[in-house]
Design a protein around this ligand. Structure first.
Ligand SMILES: O=C(O)CCC(=O)C(=O)O
Length: 254
């Protein structure tokens, strides 16, 4: 008998919430058992592969999917691509993934920022990140906090992940916006728009916070030529479509 894959279907209220707020919590995007298997793989990969950055805030490994078969299965997990596509409402490509580990008692937040200002993308207006908890992430272990309804702020420059007031220096009005903190159980995920202001709380617990983030961009995103670790030195020319094996199409829209 032919097996037909069931689409991971989001409710219309989840999709509406994402489009209004710029983020949404999706419980159990993978099972707890899968989360535990991917946690083991993520920790093993983080010990074997070179880190892009290893500082008190977090250990960060980028494009792990290109070097680890198990993490590739998570990055290209059909539930994640399907949910991202339903939320974004447009055809998507993978931009990159990253493992982010906050060590026990790191005591350091990831400060307020938007993601898209870091990226060499000319025209992607529906960028979306899936932040997947591979362990339980209560507030005390380093979960995400978002400013809702601010994803339209496309004029802001990049701000430092370690500067406490960086985002608020360039957008003082956001100081007064409500903030929503979203603790996650292992296997849960938040999706956020690339312009949604967000931060992650410090890890005050005895266990590592292990998260895997999968970042998607509009399928027709054009490369600006600006410096970025993911697009440097891979033979791209300015104004080219970000496409091909390194930026695969995901989801069902063609
Ligand atoms: O998990 C963190 O510490 C920060 C994650 C983040 O900023 C992101 O996924 O865009």
């Amino acid at each position: 008998m032919t097996q037909v894959a069931t689409r991971f279907s989001l409710s219309s209220s989840t999709i509406e919430q994402y489009r209004r707020d710029g983020f949404v919590h999706v419980p159990s995007i993978i099972s707890r058992d899968e989360a535990e298997q991917f946690r083991v793989a993520a920790v093993e990969a983080s010990e074997r592969l070179a880190a892009l950055s290893d500082q008190a805030m977090f250990r960060q490994l980028v494009n792990v999917w290109q070097h680890d078969a198990m993490m590739k299965a998570l990055t290209l997990h059909p539930n994640i691509a399907s949910a991202a596509e339903q939320l974004a409402g447009v055809a998507l490509r993978l931009w990159h993934d990253q493992i982010l580990i906050k060590q026990p008692h790191n005591e350091k937040p990831t400060e307020w920022h938007q993601d898209q200002p870091y990226w060499p993308h000319a025209n992607s207006s529906h960028p979306i990140s899936a932040w997947i908890a591979l362990v339980d992430v209560p507030v005390e272990r380093g979960c995400m906090t978002f400013i809702p309804e601010a994803q339209g702020r496309s004029e802001l420059p990049p701000t430092s992940l370690s500067a406490k007031t960086g985002l608020f220096d360039v957008a003082p009005d956001l100081t007064w916006s409500p903030r929503i903190t979203v603790p996650l159980k292992a296997g849960d995920c938040t999706f956020h728009h690339g312009r949604t202001p967000h931060m992650a709380t410090p890890n005050f617990t005895d266990d590592a916070r292990v998260a895997h983030v999968v970042i998607f961009m509009d399928a027709d995103t054009i490369y600006t030529g600006a410096n970025h670790v993911v697009s440097n030195n891979i033979g791209l020319t300015k104004d080219a479509l970000l496409e091909g094996d390194l930026f695969p199409r995901v989801g069902e829209k063609r």
